[in-house]
Write a protein that binds this ligand. Structure first.
Ligand code: ZN
Length: 328
């Protein structure tokens, strides 16, 4: 009986192999006709896709059993001819070939220009361009119920080489970030859109709270020595007396923004500072980060931050960080 079963299964396997061969022959034939069609294809009309897997096989047919004619690295660009369910037909080496559809994406991984579609849909981001043209030295508590007070808002620092005031830099970059985040689908609330305002740091936090912001980003630049350099972000500590419950989220936001900012700009990474003496953080009821984009006391960083193409990199980095935080 056992023997009989073995014989039967051997016949079954043989039949499968035979069927398999038949399929291969059929797909080889269709591949040839596709190649003929592909030779007429104008590559510039094909949609660009990117490889989202590691060492992805390019095959002759729509079957893992067909010959692999090459491998594509993650991030490689391919031209798509057509999608056939699990297999995508691409133009490869002048011929029609196939890769598994699941290893392709329409997002350019190397692009910093936000090809990600609608990543911001449904999210509200509040942007606070730091400072304003005239500081307000009147005092306010540094947190709800605090006896310690601080100036409501200061004027900020000034670029040592460019003479640009920090409030102007923060506003210019903040407005660029607003535009970029809106293009990515976010709803953006600004604490200010001009320099001639008088809004204290706790009032800025209230704007973010009232908006129910999913993330609150406060844009600043640093002052220090002439050779001080690099970017950092700030959030509260895990023991903050006012909003320690937001520490985990604020820290994750701070990390994501800083990591992506440094990646986009090449700035030195000075890490995430955890502090409890910032009114604009302590009054927050939403995840918050302050970014110090660079040192205005360092002539090179000051000039960089005034440069439109560097500003674009900073904005892309911040937007990528917000994307990463909110889509984590
Ligand atoms: Zn500042």
């Amino acid at each position: 009986m056992k023997r009989f079963k073995k014989v039967l299964s051997a016949i079954f396997v043989a039949a499968l192999v035979f069927t398999g061969c038949g399929n291969n022959t059929a797909s080889a034939a269709s591949s040839v006709s596709s190649q003929a069609e592909a030779s007429k294809i104008d590559e510039s009309n094909l949609e660009t896709m990117w490889v989202s897997g590691d060492d992805v096989n390019v095959r002759e047919g729509q079957d893992t059993g067909t010959q692999s004619v090459g491998k594509l690295k993650r991030g490689a660009e391919v031209k798509r001819i057509a999608v056939h369910g699990e297999w995508t037909e691409i133009y490869f080496g002048g011929e029609s070939r196939f890769v598994s559809t699941k290893f392709l994406t329409d997002e350019d991984p190397s692009s910093s220009s936000g090809r990600r579609k609608h990543s911001g849909a449904g999210f509200v981001v509040c942007i606070d361009p730091g400072h304003q043209s005239k500081g307000n030295s009147a005092q306010e508590p540094i947190g709800p119920g605090a006896s310690t007070t601080k100036a409501k808002v200061t004027g900020g620092t000034t670029g040592v080489a460019t003479g640009i005031p920090e409030y102007q830099l923060a506003l210019d970059v903040g407005l660029m970030l607003q535009k970029e985040l809106e293009a990515r689908g976010y709803t953006v609330i600004m604490t200010r859109t001009s320099n001639n305002v008088n809004i204290s740091n706790s009032e800025r936090a209230a704007v973010a709270n009232n908006a129910g912001a999913d993330a609150f980003i406060r844009i600043h630049a640093n002052g220090g020595g002439a050779s001080s350099q690099g970017a950092l972000t700030m959030c509260q500590t895990a023991n903050n007396p006012y909003n320690a419950n937001l520490y985990n989220e604020s820290y994750a936001l701070s990390q994501a923004v800083l990591k992506n900012f440094v990646a986009a700009t090449g700035a030195k990474n000075l890490g995430v500072s955890r502090v409890d003496n910032m009114s604009g953080i302590n009054w927050c009821q939403v995840p918050v980060t302050i970014i110090e984009m660079g040192f205005m006391s360092n002539a090179t960083e000051d000039r960089n931050m005034a440069d439109p193409s560097y500003r674009e990199k900073m904005v892309q980095g911040m937007a990528n960080g917000i994307d990463e935080f909110l889509n984590r």
